[in-house]
Design a protein around this ligand. Structure first.
Ligand code: AHR
Length: 528
């Protein structure tokens, strides 16, 4: 093939032909669709793990750190700023050992065992104090405008405990006693929880089950679901998508077991996809070109995972009543670079992780017909975090800025992005590998087109020309996130080291042109 031949790639809307490390162009055609991008794709996951909740989010009402009813004020403000659509809570693996009654009412609340205790270095205590329970969680949701997404305990709980939690959350006062108990604990108004996860990773820490065993549990847990408003959106445990074989047998096994006259509704299938470098020598904050491209390429694999599981569901549910809920995603590096020993699984995220975030969002946006929700793992002091916090020290990571730069896509109408650009040839374990020379997604809302583009090249800028067939650009402006160093990151002492900056967007006839610096992500807004 002629190296400069430009081909239109199918699913990703991306291009073919090969680009080594020199400057190139991308021609991009923007074609509106009728598909809305669910705002919940930009969702969050917070677990009682290390310092995600305690110290990260919950500082306590008596803390000197600025707080709203015990919740770190800066966190609330930043979550509002990016329009956080939801929080998944309380786990993760913690959820299947959590008994919600421990987290309500009396003070002090009982101290209970935390699943993550055994992962902490010896001498550190992870006893769960239960200071942050359902009322505190709902306070966080209400303060930020986010919707609650609760993960129920299937692994060590019962259907009764689950149903009681639903009643406690959703029954209006004046109905069942659990509603009166909720009111006595300070919340007369029902919490109105719509999103319910029925367990977490039931193939692992959530019960070590086979898909058929889990299907039986799922049916038992949902059949007597108390029917108070709102109508629930029930999410079944799905595959470990980052398994080498993509764990397709979980999806198939689960849906097979749900056939044969069973009628339990499955609104969403949870899919976990970690860009999993745990068993590698990759470092978070220092890496070479190969490490840079490996992480971004591995992140792009989420597209195939989504497509393959969607196809597996198709055999049982051709109408696709069940959608995908990617309720844990992010890069997971080997341990060793935590902010502090108690900050279990925390990582000093860099520009590389910001670009990984961008290409992941592009995939979710492009598959907005399949993906209803996605939750980054996890929002603060953890793997793929938007923030690091310790006592009164706090910083936004480069990942935060990508959430902000992609905010316009939330609830917008998807625009197909047909890019013609050359592929990159990049260093890899096998010598070299090919990858798309550009990643992108687009949407339109209120006559404003938002295009988000990533240039993953470590060597060369990329000129992108955006064509809007049938529309005239009235105004265009752009923002870019990059840094002189691909490993650039924000620290407590230098919190603005990696921060967005304006980018020139030039109107040329009906097209808008931007020059994406090397290793950058850009957001372009065009008024039409
Ligand atoms: O996000 C950390 C852990 O990863 C979660 O608790 C678990 O669900 C997953 O394995």
């Amino acid at each position: 093939m002629n190296r400069r031949t430009l081909l239109r790639a199918a699913t990703a809307g991306m291009a073919a032909a090969l680009r080594p490390a020199f400057a190139a162009d991308a021609d991009i055609e923007l074609v509106p669709t009728t598909q809305n991008i669910s705002p919940h794709i930009y969702g969050h996951f917070i677990e009682h793990l290390g310092t995600v909740i305690y110290d990260g989010i919950w500082v306590g009402r008596d803390s000197k750190i600025a707080n709203v009813d015990g919740i770190r004020r800066q966190f609330v403000d930043d979550m509002k700023r990016i329009g956080a659509p939801n929080f998944r809570w309380p786990g993760g693996c913690f959820a299947d050992g959590y008994h919600w009654r421990d987290g309500i009412g009396r003070s002090p609340r009982p101290r209970t065992y935390n699943f993550w205790q055994e992962r902490l270095p010896p001498g550190l205590d992870h006893t769960e104090t239960n200071q942050f329970g359902i009322h505190e969680f709902m306070r966080l949701c209400r303060l930020t405008g986010a919707e609650p997404y609760l993960a129920a305990n299937v692994g060590s709980g019962t259907p009764q405990e689950f149903h009681d939690w639903v009643l406690y959350c959703n029954a209006p006062t004046g109905t069942v006693s659990l509603a009166a108990e909720r009111a006595a604990n300070g919340d007369a108004q029902p919490f109105g929880v719509k999103w319910w996860g029925v367990g977490n990773e039931s193939w692992g820490c959530g019960g070590d089950m086979k898909p058929q065993e889990y299907a039986t549990q799922y049916r038992k847990f949902v059949t007597q679901f108390p029917a108070y408003a709102p109508k629930p959106y029930l999410v079944a445990v799905g595959p470990r998508g980052h398994s080498r074989d993509l764990d397709l047998s979980w999806t198939t096994g689960f849906f097979e077991a749900m056939q044969g006259g069973h009628r339990s509704v499955v609104d969403g299938l949870s899919l976990h996809y970690y860009t999993d470098f745990r068993n590698s020598k990759e470092k978070v904050s220092t890496f070479d070109a190969r490490g840079w491209y490996d992480v971004i390429r591995e992140g792009l694999r989420t597209e195939a995972v989504i497509e393959r599981h969607w196809a597996a569901i198709d055999k049982f549910d051709p109408e696709h009543r069940t959608k995908l809920i990617v309720d844990e995603w992010g890069v997971w590096y080997p341990p060793g670079e935590e902010t502090a020993p108690m900050h279990l699984l925390s990582q000093p995220l860099t520009l590389r992780d910001a670009l990984h975030t961008a290409v992941s969002f592009d995939v979710f946006n492009r598959h907005a017909d399949k993906v209803v929700m996605a939750n980054v793992a996890q929002t603060i002091n953890c793997l793929h975090s938007l923030f690091l916090a310790s006592g009164d020290r706090y910083t936004r990571t480069p990942v935060f800025h990508v959430f902000e730069m992609y905010k316009n896509h939330m609830g917008a109408q998807a625009v197909e992005l047909r890019a013609r650009a050359e592929q990159l040839s990049v260093p890899a374990a096998t010598g070299s590998a090919k990858m798309p020379g550009i990643s992108g997604s687009a949407s339109i809302k209120d006559r404003r087109v938002t295009v988000t583009l990533t240039n993953p090249s470590l060597d060369a800028p990329l000129t992108a020309r955006l064509h809007l067939p049938g529309a005239t650009a009235a105004e265009a402006r752009a923002t870019v996130l990059t840094h002189a160093e691909p490993s650039g990151r924000n620290t407590f002492d230098r919190p603005n080291e990696v921060t967005p900056a304006p980018l020139a967007a030039t109107m040329r006839g009906n097209a808008v042109e931007v020059v994406l610096p090397k290793h950058s992500v850009a957001s372009i807004e065009i008024r039409v």
